[in-house]
Design a protein around this ligand. Structure first.
Ligand code: AMP
Ligand code: GLY
Length: 460
């Protein structure tokens, strides 16, 4: 009797211990490296640090904001060899790539192709997949192959330059010219006269305005409508929509002046729901993900669908192979899921088993920029008023171009801060962000007061 009990106990104990080992193995925390240094990476770090699966968190190179959440590492996003040494020394289990440049340069292939790094979960597409953003001509051809609605276009280089001039001269106005490669967000020109279009065309191809990036140019039809960006996580066999947002790209009030990286964002966008979003999923997202799979394109990361609503019809303006900035600063605060678990779900192929949960509130972010941005601006100004600001229940201050110098947070880029706030309406959320920014100051600080302006109810 006694012996039987002991045996039973031991067997139970054995099962219990084995289960515990499995639970521990599964929930063991991951030491994670994020690549990047903007508001997007601060938002990613902030969100990832909330996960019980997140162990040590490193950001390379990071900013003064990411240093509040994890440990900054002085390694550049394109310094793959230095990253390798760091990952090996610190037993990194996961690498999350923020910006497009390392992705287009093949950071995913670098990690997955190296025996010593192969065990690391990398969130981002292969270099070939990143061509969706890295080459406008590649992405237009991909859309054509998969019947994805986008503007009509033609592509030209030095070999058919004269033909291109003729094409432009006969094109309806406005006409859109796009440098094929990465051009730091400056490679798109919407020309309103043929003369301007021809000048830009020559500047790009003959004078190589953006170097190799503009040796090929996509000339496309202008689409008129409201833009919205939709964000998807995928491993090509499965996908989940993790949010959407509208970005305010122009520097000036009322969408005037020069293009920037983004002066603010709102989410959700009132028209991006119901029948419109069903169309987006059916005519754009599904064919894109199916296309990646059909073409054996390795892609374990974010797809940023830059869309335009042309009289109720969604069309693709661009793909990006990463999250947006400042879109991330509104999408992640509204996402209720554990993001590290979502990344593991991408890797393990269990996205379909994961429900995405959203906060029911609205989120708006307002970006404070350096005086002169997007043109020339000075760096190194001390930012006052950060302490105690924006970290309440309603607002979060994400850092973009900031740096810690002798204990002071100083400006270190064009876009300096992105203050995100929750609200019941877009107006309320944007008002909270502006109120936080009113309490912050640095030499030359500027922000738009009208983020979300077109969604203000008429009675307000
Ligand atoms: P892209 O780099 O392709 O995202 O282009 C930058 C911005 O230019 C977009 O966010 C749009 O505001 C605008 N744009 C690009 N292509 C078009 C188009 N075909 N029609 C109208 N606007 C466009
Ligand atoms: N805010 C636009 C982008 O991230 O490309």
């Amino acid at each position: 009797m006694f012996a039987e009990n002991t045996q039973k106990f031991n067997i139970q104990n054995f099962y219990w211990q084995t289960t515990l080992i499995f639970v521990q193995l599964y929930t063991v925390s991951m030491d994670i490296l994020i690549l990047g240094s903007g508001g997007r990476e601060h938002a990613l770090a902030w969100k990832m640090k909330q996960s019980p699966l997140c162990g040590k968190l490193y950001i390379a190179p990071g900013n003064a904001g990411t240093a509040l959440v994890g440990t900054n590492v002085p390694i550049g996003v394109n310094e793959f060899e230095a990253q390798k040494q760091f990952c090996l020394q610190h037993n990194i289990n996961m690498v999350v790539v923020g910006p497009e440049e390392p992705l287009v340069k093949g950071v995913y292939d670098f990690y997955t192709g190296d025996n010593a790094l192969q065990h690391i979960v990398v969130i981002g597409p292969s270099g070939y997949g990143a061509q969706l953003e890295g080459s406008k001509a590649f992405s237009k051809k991909f859309m054509q192959r998969h019947n994805i609605p986008t503007a009509a276009y033609a592509e030209f280089d030095a070999t058919n330059f004269e033909e291109g001039k003729h094409y432009i001269a006969n094109h309806t106005l406005p006409v859109v010219l796009k440098a094929d490669g990465l051009a730091a967000g400056k490679g798109v020109v919407i020309a309103t006269t043929h003369q301007q279009a021809l000048q830009v065309f020559e500047e790009m191809i003959v004078n190589r305005q953006f170097g190799d990036a503009s040796s090929r140019v996509v000339v496309e039809q202008f689409l008129d409508g409201i833009e919205v960006s939709v964000f998807v996580l995928t491993n090509t066999k499965e996908y989940k929509i993790i949010g959407h947002a509208k970005d305010y790209k122009r520097i000036g009030v009322g969408d005037t002046g020069l293009n920037t990286g983004g002066m603010g964002c709102v989410s959700p966008v009132p028209f991006a729901q119901g029948a419109f979003m069903e169309k987006v999923e059916r005519t754009i997202i599904q064919p894109t993900i199916n296309g990646l799979l059909a073409e054996n394109i390795v892609y374990n990361g974010f797809v940023f669908f830059g869309l335009i609503n042309v009289q109720g019809e969604p069309m693709v303006i661009e793909y990006n192979c990463r999250m947006g900035d400042p879109e991330t600063e509104v999408v992640l605060p509204l996402l209720k899921n554990d993001i590290v678990d979502l990344f593991l779900a991408v890797h393990e192929g269990r996205l379909n088993k994961t429900d995405i949960l959203f906060d029911s509130r609205t989120c708006a972010t307002v970006v404070a920029v350096s005086g002169g941005y997007p043109g020339l601006y000075e760096k190194g100004y001390v930012i006052e008023g950060l302490n105690g600001n924006g970290d309440g229940e309603n607002s979060i201050t994400f850092h973009a171009g900031t740096q810690l110098v002798n204990g002071n947070v100083v400006t270190n880029g064009g876009r300096v801060l992105a203050v995100s706030s929750f609200g019941n309406t877009i107006t309320e959320a944007a008002a909270s962000s502006k109120a936080v920014l009113e309490g912050i100051s640095f030499n030359g600080m500027y922000f738009r007061h009208d983020i979300g302006y077109e969604f203000v109810p008429p009675s307000v």
